[in-house]
Design a protein around this ligand. Structure first.
Ligand code: GAL
Length: 658
């Protein structure tokens, strides 16, 4: 079906007569590893899937095959005169929904825009003067409908060069700016201000408070069965009878006293605010040990994370035995003669580990699959569910992540309708956990199958992943967030949509379970990540290296005013308000009647993002505070605007003023 004649080098556009360019430099001759793209790798003179480049039936000999969203930066070193190319959707893409927009920017200004191009549409020709331009950026966006099937060709892309040759370069390095003010020495009690528990079960709550230690805490009136350690602010004991208890808290040190309240709701619902903590997966993968878990718990306290509400210290996969593994200490029988799960040799004593975590006032999380094996090939719970639920409670765990993994093998043989099969393992584990004499929060991990947000709560889940592993698509945090926010109506206290962990600081590449290294996101992207997760009331689990927390990472993770938005008792997920081209707002109603508003810029250029009152559905005058900077910024009426860096975000809180 494609033209057999290749659009070859001999068919080059004739260079304008005035041009003295001596040389043609093909984009595909340059270092293509500099392309950042959402799927696959940039291909030299081939499409992203390795086929002949082809647009609307026309084949091309040279060019770069890439995939939206795709960005590459070039340093033209002052030597290039023109940039020429033909661009479009590659014919090999299998869906009619493929649509793209190609954009070119020079020294921070947009120079060219293809508009939306779809599969089968003729290529667009680029013939752009770039004399005097130093930094060139070639961008392919998904044209607003997601990146699926978006195979993009920069066909016949080349520079006419009269001096130095262009080269591809890493994206410009952004300044690392710390926005969160350092906590002062005076006490400050932070969120959460409400906690759920089941009557009669063990109760544990560490009052999150910043400020210089020593500090003395009070909590009055305390429901019967609970005691407070006045030096640490840790409440322990047995959860009271069904009911709501409002406890007045104070924290005092030599700089002053802070007061707050904690509402303890003894009933059926746990996780009344989004769960917060740390999970080992994206740092330690199949290298996790008891020592690393204890270190994470210690750092959660020493870094100040626990003082802003982080609480769960969670093991992910690979703590059990596998039949095969490179590390012999992780190989062994899955279970003992009675059928009890056997942790591998890196976990000599699970009770001692959870005790270490609990002593700090923190909670312990664990992980398994309902299938015969976990995703990494370790022991699963299949046909041992009741025993395992009991075991997790006996070991002292407070949270279980239940990951579908090999359960697909079981489901494949099950004649029941699909939705019943999706629910089945979670109905079972949900019930078993509720039967334990311990509060165990259940996180469903099955990547959103069967619209899990519609039934996750009904099967006993407290949160559910709405998509696959974010570690595989870190460059798509905006898209993943926007997709997650589509399920906002299903979210409420005790029932949270989970778009996966916060991956900043030192993390290992999910492709290949790499050793931790600085995360590839820019500082602005990291602020956007945290801002979006707070506005969506998503579970906040950091998954970077606790042993290598740097000042910037702590600043992103530990802004109590942002976290207060996340932990707001209404539990609302922000609503998305599309603004211009690549900008949008996210608006979240808060329990005190105020609103949190995020202004985001998904684009590659800094932009002033403006949200008008009609767009936001606001009326009147609002006292406004910049939450990242923790600064009042006066009053706003009619609109809210902020300069926002490329791929950045700003978050404000607005209180109606009369
Ligand atoms: C995946 C899951 C990840 C991680 C991993 C462990 O299925 O989505 O979050 O738990 O398994 O093997």
């Amino acid at each position: 079906m494609f033209a057999t004649v290749l659009w070859s080098a001999s068919l080059l556009f004739a260079a304008p007569a005035s041009l003295s360019a001596a040389e043609t430099v093909w984009l595909s001759e340059l270092d293509l590893t500099m392309f950042r793209q959402s799927w696959g790798e940039a291909q030299r003179d081939r499409s992203v899937t390795g086929k002949t480049l082809s647009i609307a039936g026309q084949a091309y000999e040279r060019g770069v095959g890439t995939h939206a969203r795709s960005v590459v930066w070039l340093d033209l070193v002052g030597g290039s005169e023109r940039f020429l190319a033909v661009v479009g959707v590659d014919d090999a893409t299998t869906s009619d929904s493929a649509s793209l927009a190609f954009q070119i920017a020079g020294d921070g200004r947009k120079l060219w825009d293809s508009g939306v191009l779809r599969r089968g549409q003729p290529a667009k020709t680029v013939d752009l003067e770039v004399r005097g331009v130093r930094s060139l950026m070639l961008l392919v966006t998904d044209a607003g409908d997601g990146v699926s099937y978006d195979h993009a060709n920069w066909a016949q892309a080349r520079f006419l060069v009269s001096g130095a040759r262009p080269r591809t370069v890493p994206a410009p390095v952004e300044d690392v700016v710390i926005l969160t003010p350092k906590p002062g020495p005076a006490p400050r009690i932070n969120s959460p201000r409400v906690t759920g528990c089941r009557p009669g079960n063990p109760f544990l709550f560490r009052i999150p408070a910043q400020g210089e230690r020593p500090m003395t805490f009070t909590a009055n009136p305390l429901p019967a069965g609970l005691t407070l350690d006045a030096d640490t602010g840790i409440l322990r004991g047995t959860a009271p009878a069904r009911g709501e208890y409002v406890v007045n808290l104070s924290a005092r040190n030599r700089h002053g006293t802070a007061q707050s309240t904690l509402r303890i709701v003894a009933g059926d619902t746990l996780a009344l605010t989004p769960t917060m903590g740390w999970n080992h997966w994206y740092t330690h993968y199949d290298r996790i040990t008891d020592r690393l878990m204890r270190e994470a718990a210690d750092v959660m306290v020493s870094s100040g994370m626990a003082d802003v509400g982080y609480q769960y210290v969670s093991i992910d996969d690979c703590w059990m035995n596998a039949a095969k593994h490179a590390d012999p200490l992780r190989v062994g029988p899955h279970r003992d003669a009675e059928g009890n799960l056997l942790p591998n040799k890196h976990f000599p004593d699970m009770n001692a580990l959870t005790e270490h975590i609990h002593r700090l006032g923190l909670k312990a999380g664990t992980y398994i699959s309902p299938g015969p094996r976990t995703c990494a090939g370790f022991a699963g719970s299949w046909q041992h569910e009741a025993r395992d639920a009991r075991q997790f409670a006996d070991w002292g765990f407070d949270l279980l992540k239940y990951d579908w993994c090999s359960y697909g093998e079981i489901a494949a043989k099950d004649p029941d309708p699909e939705l019943v099969k999706f629910k089945k393992p979670y109905v079972l584990m949900g019930r078993l956990l509720q039967e334990q004499p311990r509060d165990i929060v259940l996180n469903l991990c099955q990547y959103g199958m069967g619209d899990v947000w519609k039934w996750g709560a009904e099967v006993g889940g407290h949160s559910w992943r709405t998509a696959g592993d974010l570690g595989f698509e870190l460059d798509r945090i905006f898209e993943v967030a926007l997709q997650n926010a589509e399920h906002r109506d299903w979210q409420r206290p005790g029932a949270w949509n989970d778009p996966d962990y916060i991956q900043i600081g030192y993390i290992g590449n999910a492709h290949g379970m790499g050793q931790p290294r600085p995360c590839p996101l820019t500082p602005s992207e990291q602020y956007s990540f945290m801002s979006l997760w707070c506005l969506m009331a998503s579970p906040l689990f950091f998954s970077g290296d606790m042993g290598r927390l740097d000042e910037f990472t702590v600043n992103v993770l530990c802004n109590p005013e942002l976290i207060e938005v996340n932990q707001d008792p209404l539990g609302q997920c922000g609503r998305v308000v599309p603004l211009a081209d690549e900008t949008f707002a996210m608006v979240k109603d808060l329990a005190d009647g105020s609103k949190a508003v995020g202004l985001f810029n998904r684009g590659e250029f800094p932009a002033t993002v403006t949200a008008t009152w009609p767009a936001l559905g606001f009326e009147g005058r609002y006292r406004t505070r910049d939450l990242w900077r923790q600064q009042d910024v006066g009053f706003r009426q009619e609109s809210l605007a902020a300069p926002v860096a490329r791929r950045g975000g700003a978050v404000f809180r607005l209180w109606r003023a009369e």
